[in-house]
Design a binder for this molecule. Structure first.
Ligand SMILES: [Zn+2]
Length: 543
């Protein structure tokens, strides 16, 4: 069976059947009606907006022997033989971007059309051509033979040299509107005898964001398993890249709603949605917000600089080829690193369990995104100030202190050696990935300090430190307390320790009360912090 994908099967074959692009259609039809054809055209616009289809229809109509009101007659020799005509030359610059192909093209340009009015070159993705290929093309465009027409298409007009552009008539193709997409989806469904609910149709249109090719590809995939398409089916397959879902992800970052954000990422991790599509959509969402920040005076704690940084980080993620973990874990880490809390009235610790948070969602700060300064190299310091009342901070302080009480180099070496075998342990992947990105830097007989490359990683480890400790105790086969620090925090602690050493101060074991990670503890003022600490020289080794 010769199966044709919907996008090809339902390609328009005359101007009338092109969806949208009214201005372009009228201009091209008028050019034919008034016989005012230029030698070079360039069609630009997002993918899936009909540039190549329009180029072909235009070429067919130009060569039609009896055009009727700007449309091809479909009856003349030229129309009937259009698809096999040697006078219509299609070039995909993405695969033929070399100067040799263009040279060959130029040599043939001089030869008159065999049985048509014009010899028409359709060059798709023209921006992909090399500079020398562009130069070769330019020579022809400067003095085109009377029987030759170029129709170029590109999704990236900025990469086309101005010398080429200045010799072309340019048409900008717009994204399809929701209505236009829905109309075509419904039309295809009717032809293919597919039942689709109005809601499902709207959702497909929304996910495709103005691209007809995407819309019909989604429809194609969904209809391959069932001839009835419901909203539930669309959402379960593609919901995680729907506009609403993406908007909510960013809203949860803005609202500092870590609970909801993590729930959304749980869905993503279990979905088979292409993470690249997801990232591109999230970047677009943040981009819209950044533009809003620049063009309108909107009050936001999420600064333009932060939005820019988030876009760059997501883009880096997009370009990473060595992601061998679930990429959504990486994206989650990036997003979570933009969430933090305000100094005062901060009532919930990040080290609290998920259950505690869900019970106390009313006391989670709703607007506490930090200013840009917190995202700089000094992040952990400011982070510390802001979270100064946090129980996590206390836990960190106690566990770091207790590790320093009896830190030993041979223990460190022993555990470090074992750490390298961590990936062979039965620890769940999601935890393992956090740990593999981290290293152990100090070990005593009771405590271990872990340092993570990213602030977000240390945050995620500490959020589930009890669970992680259980796994690690089993792995190391001994009772230990763990805590994760960022590199900056660790440098600071190390420095403090060295100072204390010089002054002959001694570290003493501090009993860890279970209350430490309870909410009630948060009321304890920072001034009640455990005092410092003398040190026992020969026992301690610092990495
Ligand atoms: Zn014709």
């Amino acid at each position: 069976m010769n199966y044709k994908v919907f996008y090809r099967k339902y390609r328009p074959n005359n101007f009338q059947s092109i969806i949208g692009q009214e201005y372009t259609k009228n201009m091209l039809k008028n050019a034919i009606k008034h016989e005012k054809i230029s030698h070079a055209y360039i069609f630009t616009g997002p993918r899936g907006t009909g540039k190549t289809s329009t180029a072909k229809i235009f070429a067919k109509t130009i060569n039609c022997e009896n055009p009727i009101d700007g449309e091809a007659c479909e009856k003349c020799n030229s129309c009937l033989n259009f698809t096999t005509s040697s006078d219509i030359i299609e070039i995909d610059a993405a695969s033929n971007n070399g100067v040799d192909e263009i040279r060959e093209l130029i040599n043939n340009v001089k030869i008159a059309p065999t049985n048509s009015k014009y010899k028409i070159y359709i060059i798709d993705e023209v921006h992909m051509m090399t500079t020398s290929a562009f130069n070769a093309l330019l020579l022809t465009l400067e003095e085109p033979p009377a029987h030759v027409i170029f129709i170029m298409a590109t999704t990236n007009i900025e990469s086309v040299p101005i010398t080429i552009l200045s010799r072309c008539q340019r048409f900008d193709f717009k994204k399809m509107t929701m209505e236009e997409l829905k109309k075509q989806i419904n039309y295809v469904c009717k032809e293919e005898k597919i039942e689709i609910s109005d809601e499902a149709c709207s959702e497909i249109a929304s996910i495709s964001e103005g691209g007809m090719r995407d819309a019909l590809s989604l429809l194609d995939q969904l209809s391959s398993s069932s001839k009835t398409i419901t909203i539930e089916e669309v959402l379960s397959n593609y919901g995680s890249i729907s506009g609403i879902f993406i908007k909510n992800i960013f809203k949860n970052i803005l609202d500092n709603n870590i609970e909801e954000l993590m729930n959304q990422f749980e869905q993503l991790k279990n979905s088979c949605t292409d993470y690249k599509i997801f990232i591109k959509k999230l970047i677009q969402e943040v981009m819209n917000y950044a533009i809003e920040l620049k063009t309108n005076i909107i009050s936001s704690k999420f600064s333009y600089e932060q939005a820019k940084k988030l876009i760059f980080e997501l883009n880096d993620c997009l370009n990473r080829t060595n992601i061998n973990i679930n990429p959504y874990i990486l994206i989650e880490l990036i997003c979570i690193s933009y969430i933090t809390k305000k100094s005062e009235n901060s009532a919930v610790s990040i080290s609290e369990t998920k259950e505690n948070i869900s019970e106390n969602t009313d006391i989670i700060e709703k607007e506490p995104i930090l200013e840009e300064s917190t995202m700089t190299e000094n992040s952990s310091e400011i982070f510390n100030q802001i979270d100064s009342n946090d129980s996590l901070l206390k836990l960190k302080e106690i566990r770091v202190n207790n590790c320093f009480v009896g830190a030993k180099k041979d223990l460190l070496q022993e555990l470090k050696n074992m750490w390298s075998d961590l990936s062979t342990s039965p620890i769940p992947d999601e935890i393992l990935n956090l740990l593999i990105d981290s290293e152990i830097v100090a070990v005593s007989s009771t405590n271990v300090i872990i340092v993570s490359q990213l602030e977000s990683t240390s945050l995620l480890i500490n959020r589930q430190i009890d669970e992680i400790s259980d796994y690690l105790c089993e792995f190391f086969d001994r009772e230990l307390q763990f805590i994760a620090l960022t590199i900056e925090e660790w440098q600071k602690e190390k420095q403090k320790y060295i100072e204390n050493m010089k002054q002959g101060k001694k570290y003493e074991l501090i009993e860890e009360s279970p209350i430490i990670i309870e909410k009630s503890d948060l009321e304890i003022s920072i001034s009640e912090k455990i005092a410092q600490e003398v040190f026992e020289h020969d026992k301690i080794e610092i990495v």
